[in-house]
Each structure stands twice: as C-alpha cells, then as structure tokens.
Design a protein around this ligand. Sequence first.
Ligand SMILES: N[C@@H](CCC(=O)N[C@@H](CS)C(=O)NCC(=O)O)C(=O)O
Length: 204
Amino acid sequence: MSYTVISSGPSPYARKIRIALLEKDIPFTLKTETPWHSSTETPLYNPLEKLPILISPDGKDAVYESHYILEWLEARFPSQTPLLSKDTDEALLAKQIEVVADGGEGKRSDEWAARQQRKIDGGFRALAEWYGEGEGKEFFVGGKFGLADVAAGSLMGWLKSQFPDLEWRRKYPKLERYLDRLEERESFKKSRPGGMDLEIEKIV
Ligand SMILES: N[C@@H](CCC(=O)N[C@@H](CS)C(=O)NCC(=O)O)C(=O)O
C-alpha cells in the first residue's frame, strides 16, 4: 500500500504535495475528485471539504490543508530531501513565501475578478522582492531547493498553464525563467498540471 493524494484536477495546492512526495521519493497514488460534485468523498476525510487530502498507506491518517500536509510530511520524513532549512530565519522566510504563493489562486467568477487580480499583483510584487535582482538565481531561500520553491513553483506553474495571458510573465520575466528552470526538475515534470481526465459537473 502507498500514500494516496486526492487532488482536484490541476490544482496548484495538490501539486505542492505531489512535488514534495516526489522530491522525498515517497510512492503515492493520485486520485482526482471534484469537491463540488454530489458524489464527492471529500467530506469523509476533511470536514472543511477541500482538496488536496493525503491519506496514509494504512488509511488511518487523512491530512488536509496543503501547508499542513507539507509540515506533516516534513515531520514524518525529515531526512528524505529536507524542504525546510534548519536556520530559523530561512525556514520562516520560506513559510512566508508559501503563505503568499498559496493566496495567489485566480478565481473565475466576475465578482471576484478585481479583488483576485489585486491579490495576484500584490503576491507577485512580494515574490519578486524576495526573489531579488539576481538573474539566474536558482532558488528562493538559502541557495537550496525547498518549501518556498515548492509553493511558488506550484502557483506560477498553475497560473502559466491555466491563465497564460496574465501580466506577471511580462512584468517579471526573471520569475518566469526561474519557473522554467524549476519545471526541468523531475518532481515538476512528473506533476505537471493538465492531462488529467476530468469530468466537470460544477465548480463554484
Ligand atoms: N488552503 C487550502 C486551499 C485548497 C483549495 O482551495 N482547494 C479547492 C480545490 S483547488 C477546494 O477543494 N475547494 C472546495 C471548497 O472550497 O469547498 C489548501 O492549501 O489546501
């Protein structure tokens, strides 16, 4: 038996979990669900009815909220490709970058559009500042791949594939080149959004 990740289609939140599992070399099975469908099993595992959910091989643990799932994996598998620095300042900065990256999801409905756009603009301003001026800088924190790259890469990869016309790519070309380099990693290649067989009943 292996871990199960229940994901909602090409969700950037689920991609964070898939990248972390691949980086840590933990085998898992991917199950795709739509949490708004009447047949969804999401509430069986998560009272907040959100995906992704990580289920342990013995079925005893169902873990949800992507940042908490990553913390859980880090606590359980600390030595397999650690994603958090032991340096407190670096670890806190990585978590702060994750908070911003997690908030950058674009919504499709009109009433949310302006507010969402503001969040995306503000989020990218913050990310660009953290990334800094260094052309070709490989990773966000401490010169080492980690949590901040999992979170920022999942957000940017998702926005680029789902909303290719958004302005951030023109405005922050260094961040796009950073994403392109991340997408060459095995864990990113194996967790690309898209190519999922999704039957949409509804999304709200
Ligand atoms: N903060 C959550 C966000 C996850 C999230 O918004 N998931 C969406 C699918 S991409 C969902 O399940 N939405 C169902 C709902 O909001 O009821 C996380 O990081 O895991």
